[in-house]
Design a protein around this ligand. Structure first.
Ligand code: SF4
Length: 357
């Protein structure tokens, strides 16, 4: 069994993990604040703890629950990190620095079972869910790596590998640590859950975290068209999530973002824009158009920038806020799942190479 780690645990879980050391409540809280508020990831940096306690912590727990295996830095400053988990699986996190804010794109699963045809992660299949601790640690590690103080404006998007609502128990563990004012202290309003729409779980999530923004990965203007590219539509019809969002619109504290990937000749006509408007009627909304990032083996192509502009203009004419997602980090293959795929290829090659001698 691997050595347990404290990094990423909630306060109650931390109390439980530290129980064998019989610490006083204030000492547990000190460790909690060092990890999350001061963002120090090793006991040697927790300078107001006694030397004996620091040494005990160092010996008794692992301080690298996820190992940074690979990074890819883009010319625009985005950085993709590939972590190796204790069981050998790998997961990606992306850091996107902008003048006004820093955004972290976190993963919730290793791979994904839904196999959307335009998604690199989906092509890999599902490996396992991340724990709440592993979700928090991605953020913690990155905050420490970029020396971001608690005063820095931070956005978190659950848009990395996996479908977050398929791993709701871990999200329920992670979000209280991430948003705790004594913990990592990210404002709930600065967090976005991106989901393809699993209606019953989405309802539970909104009930628990009404201030977290919801982005629905709609991508197609009709349920029939969606079914061709997103097999999950069969099991989780998007109409159910749309009805839910109509029903809960008073409870939501923000407009829903509809994510829409722009695929050449597939869903990028002006008729598609009108159908999209119709499908989402009755929901306070905005649209985020996403240029498709081609990946090896995919026959799909991105819409031309002109098509994307025309599509956006059509929606704006109806009074909607429309953003076109900047495809950041393209020079480092920074679309979801790419670094992971490269690492897998490298591993396979290394494993397949005949041993010398
Ligand atoms: S787009 Fe999201 S839900 Fe679809 S396969 Fe990729 S990670 Fe899974």
């Amino acid at each position: 069994m691997s050595t347990p780690s404290l990094l990423g645990l909630s306060l109650p879980a931390l109390e439980e993990a530290l129980a064998p050391l019989r610490l006083k409540a204030f000492q547990v809280r000190q460790i909690y604040r060092w990890m999350y508020n001061a963002r120090r990831l090793h006991p040697r940096e927790m300078t107001n703890l006694s030397k004996t306690l620091r040494e005990t912590l160092e010996k008794s727990y692992s301080w690298e629950p996820l190992l940074l295996e690979k990074t890819a830095l883009s010319q625009d400053g985005s950085e993709k990190m590939l972590f190796r988990l204790p069981d050998g699986h790998r997961v990606e996190t992306v850091y996107i620095p902008e003048k006004e804010r820093k955004t972290f794109c976190l993963s919730t699963q290793v791979g994904c079972k839904f196999r959307c045809r335009f998604c690199h992660t989906g092509a890999m299949g599902f490996r396992r869910n991340l724990t709440g601790q592993e979700i928090v640690f991605q953020l913690l590690f990155a905050l420490n790596r970029y020396s971001l103080p608690p005063t820095e404006r931070i956005n978190i998007v659950f848009m990395g590998m996996g479908e977050p609502l398929e791993n709701l128990p871990a999200l329920k563990e992670a979000l209280p640590v991430i948003t705790d004012p004594e913990g990592i202290a990210v404002s709930t309003r600065r967090i976005t859950l991106s989901t393809l729409g699993i209606a019953d779980k989405l309802e539970e999530f909104i009930r628990l975290f009404p201030a977290v923004k919801v982005a629905l990965s709609l991508h197609f203007p009709t349920p029939e068209g969606r079914l061709l590219y997103m097999p999950a539509q069969r099991v989780h019809p998007v109409e159910e999530s749309l009805d839910l969002l109509r029903r809960l619109k008073e409870r939501l504290r923000h407009r829903v973002t509809f994510e829409y990937i722009m695929l050449r000749g597939v869903n990028d006509s002006l008729e598609d824009a009108l159908a999209l408007e119709k499908l989402t009627r009755g929901i306070p909304r905005k649209f985020n158009l996403i240029p498709f990032n081609p990946f090896p083996g995919s026959p799909l192509l991105p819409s031309s920038p002109e098509k994307v502009d025309l599509f956006a203009e059509r929606l704006r004419k109806s009074g909607f806020v429309v953003t076109v997602r900047e495809s950041r980090g393209q020079d480092v293959q920074a679309s979801c799942g790419n670094l992971f795929a490269l690492a897998e290829e490298t591993t396979t090659l290394e494993e397949e190479r005949p041993k010398e001698g």
